[in-house]
Write a protein that binds this ligand. Structure first.
Ligand SMILES: [Zn+2]
Length: 99
């Protein structure tokens, strides 16, 4: 098992790079780009590039945390929020898009 691990890590980095490229490709439909941005953030977390805090970044509640993207053009810029704060954050983002 140990032998396979470095290779798997490399494969994950390759996938991370591919999803980062996809998420920033202006020729791709938005739906695909946002999906790749979410994949990229999940992979980055698995690789230890993103650190998940013990509690919600806003209210500190220890709950199931979700990754909130402020801007899908910045796939690795995420805030870890509880579901309640995530709702608030999503509301802020959608208002911003309307304005
Ligand atoms: Zn919260």
């Amino acid at each position: 098992m140990n032998k396979a691990r470095p290779h798997r890590q490399q494969a994950k980095f390759a996938r991370l790079r591919r999803h980062l490229d996809l998420s920033l490709d202006p020729d791709k439909p938005r739906r695909l780009r946002t999906r790749s941005a979410r994949y990229a953030a999940a992979l980055a977390e698995q690789l230890g590039l993103l650190e998940r805090p013990k509690g919600c970044s806003w209210c500190r509640r220890r709950s199931r945390l979700e990754r909130h993207h402020w801007d899908y053009d910045q796939p690795l810029l995420v805030t870890f929020l509880c579901p309640d704060c995530h709702d608030i954050a999503d509301g802020m983002v959608s208002r911003q898009e309307i304005a």
